[in-house]
Each structure stands twice: as structure tokens, then as C-alpha cells.
Design a protein around this ligand. Structure first.
Ligand code: SF4
Length: 315
């Protein structure tokens, strides 16, 4: 493999940070979690081991390069395609960046290593920490973020609170909503009480707008995000563009629709059925089955047949 010359990438335009020059601290998908919505793909190195994922020389050289590029960006950001605090040089890298770069320094983290006091101490010095927390309960945390079993939800919350108290800069907490996983009334209440406990400066609401690591991660609508923002209070802001999200939700709906139509077709290929039979076999409302059957009949893939005063559908 070719030797890396820099760990920098960008500057990229970021909705939250403006023009951001990024530094990657670990290779792609070295992470403590395997979030179902991760846009980088499934975690290939699920680990809690802190080590020299990149050597100090390369990190130092990259931060010095960032200093040279200072006129080209608004924020210098520790980010990438994994958890940056897993690199053993994380604390030292933050200290150097803060010392030489005049522009604000930001860190994106999944907050699972905040029990390490040196990590918290380093983060307490940066201008903006952007941790993510998508659940209000341990069960939902496991379902959405798939953390290593040693990582406890309660400890993540407690350490986020500790960090918030120790911070000199700001904490902007990101919450990503996944349809049917953390958007119910119950979940939102639990999430709100956790957020009220941590007291971040901002709560930034996001959803699945890029292809997720796991197919089951689906976006919530923009209208849903607006309702959630209202419920969470004045610190909450939506960080996705309405136009983009509307397009994404439409695509997901179409995909879902196609899958249901395929299920109906597969079932009636084996056995001509009535609307009632299809509804109970597939667990889908009769009203919906009827709508899909109308489409399938008009497409010519399904035929109706009356038998003993009942309407049957066959492929
Ligand atoms: S913490 Fe971030 S990098 Fe790790 S799996 Fe989740 S979204 Fe992906």
C-alpha cells in the first residue's frame, strides 16, 4: 500500500461547520460501534483498543500542513470514517492543533471513550465538540448503534454530562432519527430527559439521507423532524435540507412499495388468493393490499377471477 502523505481531507462545505478541513485519526471503519445508519458502511474493525492507528509523525505533519492552509477553511475538524479518539495520539493531536491553529477546532465523536479522563480533558479544550447520541434507552442504543457489548448506555450519558460540565467550548449534540426505531412518543420522551440531563448547547437533528450500512435504517420525514424539534425545545435545530430529505423519503417509500408488490406477486404465484387471505398471510392492511392489487392488475402482472362469488387474484 502507498505510504500516506497526509491525513487531511477537504476543505469540504459542511452545513454545521461551514468550510471544514478534516483530519482522519483512524483508517476507515475502525470504530467502537456499528451504527445501522452509518454512511461509510458496516464496521470492519469493531474495537475498543486504543493504539497508533496512524503514527505521530504523520499526524504532526498533517496538523502543520493544516496550519499552512489556514486561510482556506473556517474550522479544523477531527473526523473521518471511524472513531477518532481510538488513536492513542488523539489527546496530543488536539493539544497541538489548539496551540498552532487560530481557527476553531472541532471534534466529531461517538462519545464511547469519554470514560477516559485524558480524552475528556482534551475535548474540554476544543471549541466545538459534536458528539452523537441517538437513543434515550439502552435497548434503542443497542438497536441503532450496535456498540461493543462492554459499552454501557448509562456510562455514555454520564460521561457526556461530565464532559459538558468540564468544557470551555460548546457541545453540539447530534441525534439521528431512524424510522420506527427512535421516533416513537415513548422514545422521544426518554431522549428528551437524557438531553435535558446532559444540557448540550445545541441539539442537531438528522436522519438517514445517505445510503445506510443496514437496509433497515430508513429516514423519518422532514415534517416528523419539525415535530421532534418542537418537542425537544429551543436548542433543537434540523440539519438536513428539506428538499433533499423529501427526495430521499420518496425513494425509500417507492422501494418499500416495490418490495410489498413483489411479496404479493410471489404469494399469488404459489396460490391464487383473495384480499383477505393476502392480508392475513402477509400481515398487511386490507386497504393497502387492495391498492397494490389495483396497480398490479393495471400493470398486467395480476388477473382477477371470480369464483363462488369471491374475487381471487392470480399471477
Ligand atoms: S460511530 Fe460513526 S463511524 Fe462509527 S459506526 Fe457509528 S456512524 Fe459510523
Amino acid at each position: 500500500m502507498a505510504e500516506r502523505k497526509t491525513l487531511l481531507f477537504g476543505p469540504v462545505k459542511s452545513r454545521r461547520l461551514g468550510k471544514s478541513l478534516g483530519i482522519e485519526m483512524v483508517p476507515k471503519k475502525v470504530c467502537t460501534m456499528n451504527c445501522i445508519y452509518c454512511e461509510v458502511g458496516k464496521t470492519t474493525d469493531l474495537t475498543l483498543e486504543r493504539k497508533e492507528y496512524y503514527p505521530w509523525d504523520l499526524i504532526e505533519k498533517s496538523i502543520l500542513q493544516a496550519k499552512e492552509l489556514e486561510d482556506t477553511f473556517d474550522v479544523f475538524t477531527f473526523t473521518g470514517s471511524g472513531e477518532p479518539s481510538l488513536n492513542i495520539h488523539f489527546e496530543k493531536a488536539i493539544a497541538l492543533a489548539k496551540k498552532i491553529i487560530k481557527k476553531p477546532v472541532a471534534v466529531l465523536t461517538n462519545a464511547t471513550l469519554l470514560h477516559i479522563s485524558s480524552v475528556r480533558k482534551a475535548l474540554a479544550e476544543v471549541d466545538i465538540v459534536l458528539p452523537s447520541l441517538d437513543a434515550g434507552t439502552p435497548e434503542t442504543f443497542k438497536k441503532i448503534n450496535k456498540p461493543l457489548p462492554q459499552i454501557e448506555f448509562k456510562s455514555v450519558v454520564e460521561n457526556l454530562k461530565k464532559l459538558r460540565e468540564e468544557m470551555k467550548g460548546e457541545m453540539w449534540l447530534e441525534v439521528l432519527f431512524v424510522k420506527r426505531l427512535n421516533d416513537s412518543e415513548e422514545e422521544l420522551k426518554a431522549l428528551k430527559s437524557v438531553i435535558d440531563y446532559i444540557k448540550p448547547h445545541k441539539v442537531q437533528l438528522n436522519t438517514v439521507v445517505r445510503p445506510p450500512a443496514f437496509e433497515k435504517a430508513q429516514p423519518v420525514s422532514f415534517e416528523k423532524l419539525e415535530k421532534i424539534a418542537e418537542f425537544l425545545g429551543e436548542k433543537a435545530e434540523i440539519i438536513v435540507h428539506k428538499k433533499k430529505l423529501d427526495k430521499v423519503t420518496k425513494t425509500f417509500k417507492n422501494l418499500e412499495k416495490e418490495k410489498i408488490k413483489e411479496k404479493i406477486l410471489n404469494y399469488i404465484k404459489r396460490r391464487p388468493s383473495t384480499v383477505e387471505e393476502l392480508s392475513s398471510a402477509l400481515g398487511i392492511e386490507k386497504k393497502l393490499i387492495k391498492l397494490f392489487l389495483i396497480e398490479l392488475v393495471s400493470e398486467g402482472t395480476v388477473k382477477e377471477k371470480i369464483h363462488e362469488e369471491k374475487t381471487f387474484y392470480l399471477a
